[in-house]
Each structure stands twice: as structure tokens, then as C-alpha cells.
Design a protein around this ligand. Structure first.
Ligand code: HEM
Length: 369
């Protein structure tokens, strides 16, 4: 760039940017009008992916510290919220792309084989940094996803897999929550009493429901008992480990309980920001699930039941990734274990004192309890 006054066109490197749309159909001598739109929409996505990675790196840097400073939490939430705002725009891009009809797409689709959005390096880096579980990642035609990338890109992806992901770092942060056991007070013993009372009341409602047939009552009770059994896993290491072995739970039990505590007692000022962090993580997870679902719907509209240019089953594969590639399913499952606010055991004075003490220290004020 020149040393002179900043010039709009130069600052944004628009010569390079606007020279980067080269429709293959034009190069091959059979111009297809809509290929430019197809390229621009993909490029717009890649720019947003770049911004998402930028925000993610900053969030990762905060959580990578041995002690996560309370005063960085606001920034973490702001960056996660920005990612979520970008995700809303990402959905709208698909509306623009859908102004291209399947017949218009067919004009140039075959030229793209074997390339596919499947090979978006940045999309895969985002997945890895967020913490998509490699065990749950769906293979592509029985081969690992890495086989579809160039050597350079594969090396970058492998390096990203070796880094602690946001999932790993947030899980460790939750495990360090200081309020789970304070002095004599074991929160979970008291919470369990409440849960048992709520469960007994729920079961009685099913047993007494006059609108149920005997068959329906039996079915509901079986379902109810299955859910009640997962409640037990909260208080029992072995039962929790069993859920993990079945792939029903990913987070450690300690982290899961900490997240539950944060959600239940979010009205405590010290838990407000951690609560918003958890909410933002769920927003981002839901944002990607929504995009995957929406992309899958667009794909069936564009190519019907045909296989993708990248060789997957197309729509079916994409629908499956929307479920299998979620990172924070555990946080969504927490809602199963909520009890009404009015029934929550009150925090004893000793715990409230410790929470206030931490709040004062975080604010840099007088920590004298
Ligand atoms: C006409 C429009 C599009 C069609 C027909 C289409 C089709 C497909 C298909 C069939 C797949 C599965 C892999 C394969 O077999 O190729 C796929 C994957 C993918 N596409 Fe698209 N796509 C379109 C537009 C886009 C756009 C605009 C983006 C934005 C970057 C995108 C990003 C992706 C990504 C990231 C994957 C991998 C998804 C995963 O593995 O979870 N696609 N696409």
C-alpha cells in the first residue's frame, strides 16, 4: 500500500477482491449467468467464516488462562454474541442463493465435481476449534473427512485438532467453579431432596390423570421412569459414566453439575456472566444447527435426491450432520433437570458470603467478607 492518504479502494484491496470471481462456465466458453452469484455467495460465507475464527481465537485465549479473569467475561459474551449475529446473516445468504433455480444451477453444476462446500477449510477449522467431537464426526463415504483436503490443509486441520478446543477449555473452567462444595454445605444433597419431591409430584399427576387410558398411563410411566433414572445420574458417578458410555453425555459430571448450578442460581450477581457465557455458547451451537438444517433444505430443493458434487448422499448426509455435529448438546439437556424457582433450596448464608467475596475480588474492591 502507498504511504499517501488512505484511499477507500486501496484500503479494502478491492482490485484483488473484485478480481477473484472467475466463473468456470465462462472459462470453458459456455457462460452460465448464475455462476457469478454462486461464487459470490460462497466467498461472502468464507469472509464471515474468517471473522468467526477471529472472534473464536479471542474467546479461546481468554479461556486458555489458568484462571479466567472475571473482567474478561463481558468481552467473551460480546464476541460470542457477534458470532451469533453473523450466523443470522448466514441464513439470509441462502435466501439470496435460492433465487437461482435448480435448472440454472444445472447449467454449471457438473463443472464443479469433485469440489464441494464439504472442503471448506475455514468451516472445518471452526468446527474443530469449537470442539466437535472427532468420534461423532460423520465420515464421508466411510473415509475420514481429512481425506478430502490438500496436504497443506490437512496439516492445518490436524494441528487444529491437537489444540484444546473451546469445549475442552469451558469444561475445565466449569470444573473449577468454586461454589459446588463450600464448607459444611453440600449443595447436591439439598438439591436432591427438592428433585425427589418434584419427581414424586409429577408421577402422582400421571397416576391420577383421568384422561389417560390404562395403556396410555403405563406408557407415560415407563417414559417418566426413564427420565427419572437420568436424574439419578446427577448424583451417582457410575450412572453418569454409563450415560457417557452410551454417548448420551459428553461433559464431565463435575462440569455438568457446575453448569446446572449456574443456570439454577443465575440471579446471584456472581453467576450472571457465567450464565450469559453458557447462553451464548448455546446460541452459537443452535446457530450452526439451524444453518445446517437450512442448507440441507436448500440442497434438496436444488438437487433433489441426487448425490452431492463431493460424493455424499447429499440431503440425507447433511440432515444427519445437523444432529451429530452439535457440540453443546449437554447444555441443552440441562433443562430436563430444572425445578421451579420457587422450589429451589435457598443458598445458605455461608455460600452467599463466599459468592459475594468472589464478586468483590473480581471487581477489585474490598474483599473482606
Ligand atoms: C446450490 C447450492 C448448494 C448446493 C446444491 C450444496 C450442496 C451440498 C452438498 C450435497 C453437500 C454434501 C457434500 C457433498 O456431497 O458435496 C454440501 C456440503 C457442504 N456445503 Fe453446500 N451446497 C450449496 C451451497 C453452499 C454454500 C453457499 C455454502 C457456504 C459456504 C455451503 C457450504 C457447505 C458446507 C460447509 C458443507 C459441509 C457440511 C458438513 O459436512 O457438515 N454450501 N453442500
Amino acid at each position: 500500500m502507498s504511504e499517501g492518504p488512505v484511499y477507500y479502494h486501496e484500503y479494502l484491496q478491492l482490485d484483488r477482491l473484485l478480481d477473484a470471481q472467475r466463473p468456470l462456465s465462462v472459462e470453458r466458453g459456455r457462460p452460465a449467468h448464475d455462476e457469478l452469484l454462486f461464487i459470490i455467495v460462497h466467498q461472502a460465507y468464507e469472509l464471515w467464516f474468517r471473522q468467526i475464527l477471529h472472534e473464536l481465537e479471542s474467546v479461546l485465549a481468554v479461556f486458555a488462562q489458568p484462571t479466567v479473569p472475571e473482567r474478561s467475561m463481558g468481552r467473551v459474551v460480546a464476541h460470542l454474541e457477534r458470532i451469533h449475529a453473523i450466523q443470522r446473516i448466514m441464513l439470509d445468504h441462502l435466501d439470496v442463493l435460492e433465487t437461482m433455480t435448480p435448472l440454472d444451477f444445472l447449467e454449471f453444476r457438473d463443472l464443479l465435481v469433485p469440489a464441494s462446500g464439504f472442503q471448506s477449510l475455514q468451516f472445518r477449522l471452526i468446527e474443530n476449534l469449537l470442539g466437535l467431537d472427532p468420534e461423532r464426526r460423520l465420515p464421508i463415504n466411510d473415509a475420514p473427512y481429512l481425506t478430502r483436503f490438500s496436504d497443506d490443509h490437512r496439516a492445518l486441520l490436524e494441528a487444529s485438532q491437537r489444540r484444546p478446543s473451546l469445549f475442552d477449555l469451558v469444561e475445565a473452567w466449569l470444573e473449577r467453579t468454586p461454589f459446588l462444595e463450600v464448607g459444611e454445605y453440600a449443595f447436591w444433597a439439598s438439591y436432591r431432596g427438592t428433585v425427589d419431591a418434584v419427581l414424586a409430584a409429577d408421577r402422582a399427576l400421571i397416576e391420577a390423570n383421568p384422561n389417560l387410558t390404562e395403556e396410555g398411563r403405563k406408557e407415560q410411566l415407563v417414559r417418566f421412569d426413564a427420565t427419572a433414572a437420568t436424574y439419578a445420574s446427577l448424583f451417582d458417578d457410575d450412572a453418569y459414566a454409563e450415560l457417557q458410555a452410551q454417548g448420551e453425555r459428553r461433559m464431565s459430571r463435575t462440569a455438568f453439575l457446575a453448569a446446572l448450578l449456574i443456570n439454577l442460581y443465575r440471579d446471584e450477581p456472581i453467576l450472571q456472566l457465567p450464565f450469559r457465557v453458557l447462553q451464548s455458547l448455546m446460541d452459537v451451537d443452535e446457530g450452526f444447527t439451524a444453518w445446517r438444517d437450512r442448507h440441507a433444505l436448500m440442497v434438496i430443493r436444488m438437487i433433489g435426491a441426487k448425490i452431492g458434487t463431493g460424493g455424499t448422499s447429499g440431503h440425507d448426509y447433511l440432515k444427519d450432520t445437523a444432529r451429530a455435529h452439535r457440540v453443546w448438546a449437554d447444555l441443552f439437556d440441562l433443562a430436563t433437570y430444572y425445578v421451579p424457582r420457587s422450589l429451589l433450596p435457598e443458598l445458605p448464608a455461608s455460600v452467599a458470603r463466599v459468592m459475594r467475596f468472589h464478586l468483590d475480588v473480581a471487581a477489585g474492591g474490598d474483599p473482606t467478607p
